[in-house]
Design a protein around this ligand. Structure first.
Ligand code: PEP
Ligand code: MN
Length: 342
C-alpha cells in the first residue's frame, strides 16, 4: 500500500500516523519527492482500513500496490536509485562500465587488465575469485588469493571491484578484502539465505537474472536483499535460456524498458554471458545502452585463447577499447535525445 501525503504535512499528525502503522507491524519506506512525499507500507496491510487513512488531513491519496515486490517497486520510490561506489556511481546518468576477466588468474593478469580497461573508460573492475562452474573438474577460481589480487588491482588503479559471492561463508573474506559490489550470480538468484545475508550488510549487491527467472521472480530476489535493509541493489540482465543453442543464452533487452516502469533500481546488461561469443558483445552492448541500460558488464582478457574460463566470449583489451568508445558515444547521444524529446 502507498500513502501519498499532502504538501507540507503537519509533523505531529505524520508522526502519529507512522507510530500507529508501526504498532500494527508495518514497516514504512519514505520517499520524499519534489511534489509529494510517499509512504510505502510493507507488511500485512490487508487489515488496514484504507478509507480511514485516506480521511486523514495530511493524506492526499491511498493506493494498494498489487505487485508482491514493494521496496523495489517504482510506486514506492518514483525517483531512480543512484548507487555510489567509490568515486563513481551506478544509475543517475553515468554509464557504469564494469570490465575484467571472467576469473582472476594471477596478480599480473588482473593488474594488467585493470590498467588497460581503466585507460579505456571502465568505471569498475570485475573478476571472479569464486567461480560457479558447471563441471567440478573445471577451474574453480583462486578463492581468497583471487580477492587479494583484486584488491591489489584496485590499489593500483583506483577502480572499485565487483566479484561474485557464492556462499555465506565467503562473506567475511569479502569484508576483509573490501569488495565494493557483491555479485549474486545467475545460479544463486534464488538462494534466499544468501540474499538475506547480503541484505543485512551495507555493500551494494548486483543480482544477476536467473537463467529461467521471470521479471517478477528477479525483482523478488532484489526484494529479499532490500527487505533486510540494504537498498543498494543493481539488477543485471545476462541472458535467459531459450530453445536457441547458437548463442550461449538469449539476451532479453526488453527487460530494460519493462524494469524501468516496474522498479527504481539501476539496470546493467552483461552481453558476454548473454551471447557467449566475443563478436556479439559489441552489438549487444551498444543495443543495451541505446535501450537505456545504466551500465554494462563486459569480460575482457589479455589472452582469450588461453583464458581459464569463458575465453570465447572475452574481448581483448584493444577490442574493449573500441567498444568502450562507442558505448560512451551512444550513451551521450541517447541522453541528449531523451532531453530533447517532445
Ligand atoms: C559471471 O559474471 O562471472 C558469471 C558467472 O555470470 P552468471 O552468473 O551470469 O552466469
Ligand atoms: Mn564468465
Amino acid at each position: 500500500m502507498i500513502v501519498i501525503l499532502k504538501r507540507n504535512p503537519n509533523p505531529e499528525q505524520l508522526e502519529s500516523l507512522i507510530a500507529w502503522l508501526r504498532e500494527k507491524g508495518i514497516s514504512i519506506h519514505t520517499s520524499a519527492g519534489v511534489e509529494n512525499t510517499i509512504l510505502g507500507l510493507v507488511g500485512d496491510t490487508s487489515k488496514l482500513d484504507m478509507d480511514l487513512i485516506a480521511a486523514l488531513d495530511i493524506v492526499e491519496d491511498v493506493k494498494r500496490v498489487q505487485e508482491p515486490f514493494k521496496n523495489a517497486n517504482r510506486k514506492f520510490h518514483p525517483e531512480d536509485t543512484v548507487i555510489r561506489v567509490g568515486d563513481t556511481q551506478i544509475g543517475g546518468g553515468v554509464l557504469a562500465i564494469m570490465a575484467g576477466p571472467c576469473s582472476v588468474e594471477s596478480e599480473a593478469q588482473i593488474v594488467g587488465i585493470a590498467q588497460a580497461v581503466k585507460a579505456s573508460g571502465a568505471t569498475m573492475l570485475r573478476g571472479g575469485a569464486f567461480k560457479p562452474r558447471t563441471s567440478p573438474y573445471a577451474f574453480q577460481g583462486l578463492g581468497e588469493q583471487g580477492l587479494a589480487f583484486l584488491r591489489a588491482a584496485k590499489e593500483e588503479t583506483g577502480l572499485p571491484i565487483v566479484t561474485e559471492l557464492m556462499d555465506l561463508n565467503q562473506l567475511p573474506l569479502f569484508q576483509k578484502y573490501d569488495v565494493d559490489v557483491i555479485q549474486i550470480g545467475a545460479r544463486n538468484m534464488q538462494n534466499f539465505d544468501l540474499l538475506k545475508v547480503v541484505g543485512q550488510q551495507e555493500k551494494p549487491v548486483m543480482v544477476k537474472r536467473g537463467m529461467s527467472a521471470t521479471y517478477e521472480e528477479w525483482l523478488m530476489s532484489a526484494e529479499y536483499v532490500m527487505a533486510g535493509g540494504n537498498e543498494n541493489v543493481i539488477l543485471c540482465e545476462r541472458g535467459i535460456r531459450t530453445f536457441e543453442p547458437f548463442t550461449r543464452n538469449t539476451l532479453d533487452l526488453s527487460c530494460i524498458p519493462v524494469l524501468r516502469r516496474l522498479t527504481h533500481l539501476p539496470i546493467v546488461v552483461d552481453p558476454s554471458h548473454a551471447t557467449g561469443k566475443s563478436y556479439l558483445v559489441e552489438p549487444m552492448a551498444l543495443g543495451a545502452v541505446a535501450t537505456g541500460a545504466d551500465g554494462v558488464l563486459i569480460e575482457v582478457h589479455n589472452d582469450p585463447a588461453h583464458a581459464l574460463c569463458d575465453g570465447p566470449q572475452s574481448l581483448k583489451p584493444e577490442e574493449f577499447d573500441a567498444v568502450a568508445r562507442k558505448l560512451l558515444k551512444i550513451h551521450s547521444l541517447s541522453r541528449s535525445l531523451a532531453e530533447t524529446a517532445p
